[in-house]
Design a protein. Structure first.
Length: 282
């Protein structure tokens, strides 16, 4: 391997990470997996040449994907995570005391195993939590076949390339709709909108016929270079997205959860989108 790891997400633009040491590299049953020690972002994990997570800034992404829907809901008992094999999202969801069970569906056991070994701070023991149930399988198969309902469903998938592609399709979203409890919330990573504008507009078109309230919120995650990272939001209860600041602050304080990025004011502001993104949804 060369001294630098060059991400291959975009054809005409790339970012590079200085590699100090390759910790693990293998072709799993589903994808090429590498974990390496970088010069400035700590340990880094990539799948099929695309950066998935880094030790230095993973908290931003995982806190916003977990806490924004969970604090908006306020009383989620059962949560479903699709993907998220690094364990960071599971870690954040399990911080909510009202959550009784979390089912995580991850297609690649090797991702979980290697992240537990080489990125242990991501899961921080979450895979040993009695409230967590891990299912190794395809996310779209799970949501189209399961007979359970979930208050919050989170999709922490790769970009719509390779194994993650089906998690951005209408059949997947239809499966989400059938598994989501009345008044529930679905949230999902939706790419860096400035670099991947079609992802947002396509997701909007596919979610809108299924849910009465569809929207996007955003966070700046340095690893996901090229602008703000967007998150898709869908629910049949528009009031959940419009929670007032006092309610969110009360829930946040009562939870006792300590965060490094998320807070209630940022929660509300994250739904304010730049005009180029708003225009892409019309």
């Amino acid at each position: 391997m060369s001294e630098w790891f060059d991400e291959t997400l975009h054809d005409a633009y790339h970012q590079g990470f200085k590699v100090r040491e390759v910790l693990f590299e293998s072709k799993t049953e589903h994808q090429h997996l590498i974990i390496f020690e970088s010069g400035s972002f700590g340990r880094v994990m990539a799948l099929d040449g695309i950066i998935q997570t880094t030790e230095r800034d993973e908290f931003i992404y995982h806190e916003m994907l977990a806490h924004t829907p969970l604090f908006a809901h306020g009383n989620a008992k059962n949560v479903l995570i699709i993907g998220g094999g690094d364990g960071g999202l599971l870690r954040e969801v399990l911080k909510h005391p009202e959550v009784e069970s979390v089912v995580q569906v991850e297609i690649d056991q090797a991702v979980i195993d290697m992240c537990v070994k080489y990125l242990p701070q991501h899961s921080d023991g979450a895979y040993n939590n009695s409230r967590a149930e891990i299912v190794i399988g395809d996310g779209i198969d799970f949501v189209t076949q399961c007979d359970r309902k979930f208050d919050v469903i989170l999709s922490d998938s790769t970009d719509p390339i390779g194994p993650g592609e089906v998690l951005f399709t209408s059949p997947f979203y239809q499966g989400i709709q059938r598994c989501l409890s009345s008044g529930g919330i679905f949230a999902a990573q939706n790419g860096v909108a400035f670099m991947q504008p079609d992802e947002v507009s396509t997701t909007h078109k596919r979610l809108s016929p299924l849910f009465t309230d569809t929207a996007f919120y955003a966070a700046a995650v340095p690893t996901y270079v090229g602008g703000i990272m967007t998150f898709a939001w869908a629910s049949d209860n528009s009031g959940l997205r419009e929670q007032d600041l006092t309610t969110l602050q009360n829930r946040f304080v009562t939870s006792g959860i300590k965060t490094r990025y998320y807070n209630p004011a940022l929660h509300l502001g994250a739904f304010a989108l730049p005009q180029y993104l708003i225009d892409s949804l019309t």
